[in-house]
Write a protein that binds this ligand. Structure first.
Ligand SMILES: [Mn+2]
Length: 329
């Protein structure tokens, strides 16, 4: 996919009066920032634009530290149940929209996906996918510029910057490109508080999340000459620290930062015999290949999957695949 289908996306926006924007389950700042920025932009264009969280009713999936972003109040503020256009951002598969939001997504007469993931299964009328883009926000800004740059305002710029700065790891991930920097620089011209956004989203941590973090990191398990690190969040860890599964976001980076670690795995128990697994890798080790071995996917160096079964079995099968990926490193 390339810039050529921006015009198809814009034609969908132009032809719609009511537009619903959807995000992925456990939305990260890129997803939240992208969705809110797009809806705000479309409102500036005179559209009736709405944003839905994955459960379509509450903001319980929105992490606390993200709630300072502008226009968060737009979330789920909609009684309508049919739309001219449904847009999903930062996701490539229907399964990522969530069981509650998916039926609503299909209530859109037309559909559009704006995404940057390398694992996908297209389902919309139009898909704008740029696998090389470091964030969905980066793509959305380019679409806005093509459509009508005058409708971009400071709040939109802040939301997009939030998505960009987090998804490119504060400009350190390999997905960071010249384009990432130049779009970020353009967003600064809107006089956004980029320093505050960056600090809140990449440095700040809630007290309870801090307690969860040190508890889980203290039990990090290492394998393959410390090239492989595994952290585990059990239900008891969440209960004892007053945290939830969404609070695990980013903790895996702490073990990924260990010099010797080439592959980091985070296993979160999200229900009885149900686990959410994240992989982070360095260099030539493919985190995506690990996730794909279990039906998941994502980016080359950052991916995820979901697994069911007894913890010990899940752990063993993850370990076997991880070790095989590190075999020749
Ligand atoms: Mn993203």
């Amino acid at each position: 996919m390339n810039n050529n289908n921006y015009s198809e996306a814009i034609a969908l926006f132009e032809g719609a009066e009511t537009i619903a924007v959807f995000m992925h389950i456990n939305p990260d700042p890129d997803c939240i920032g992208s969705a809110l920025a797009l809806a705000s932009f479309l409102r500036n264009k005179g559209k009736k634009a709405y944003v839905f969280t994955p459960d379509t009713k509450t903001i319980s999936m929105i992490p606390e530290r993200v709630k300072f972003l502008p226009n968060v109040s737009l979330l789920n503020k909609c009684d309508k149940r049919t739309f001219d256009l449904s847009v999903a951002v930062d996701l490539g598969e229907t399964g990522r929209i969530g069981d509650l939001a998916l039926p609503l997504f299909y209530k859109g007469e037309k559909s559009l996906v704006i995404d940057h993931h390398e694992t996908y299964s297209d389902f919309a009328d139009v898909t704008v996918r740029e696998e090389k883009a470091s964030s969905a926000a980066q793509i959305i800004y380019k679409i806005m510029c093509r459509y009508d740059k005058n409708a971009v305002d400071k709040d939109i710029a802040s939301l997009l910057y939030a998505g960009i700065v987090t998804d490119c790891g504060n400009f350190t991930f390999e997905s960071t490109s010249e384009e990432t920097f130049s779009i970020a620089a353009e967003l600064l011209t809107y006089d956004i508080d980029f320093s505050d956004i960056t600090r809140r989203l990449t440095k700040f941590i809630d007290y309870n999340v801090y307690r969860l973090k040190i508890r889980v990191l203290n039990e990090t398990r290492f394998f393959v000459d410390n090239k492989l690190a595994v952290i585990v969040f059990r239900q008891k860890d969440f209960l004892d620290t007053g945290t939830k599964e969404k609070d695990t976001d980013g903790i895996i980076n702490e073990v990924q930062n260990i010099t010797s670690v080439l592959l980091a795995i985070s296993i979160s128990e999200c229900g009885t015999d149900r686990f959410k697994v994240s992989f982070r890798s360095k260099g030539g080790v493919s985190a995506r290949a690990c996730a794909e071995a279990f039906g998941g996917g994502g980016h080359f160096n950052a991916s995820g999957c979901r697994l069911s079964g007894k913890f010990e079995d899940v752990f063993d099968s993850l370990l076997a695949v991880a070790k095989s990926k590190l075999q020749y490193v």
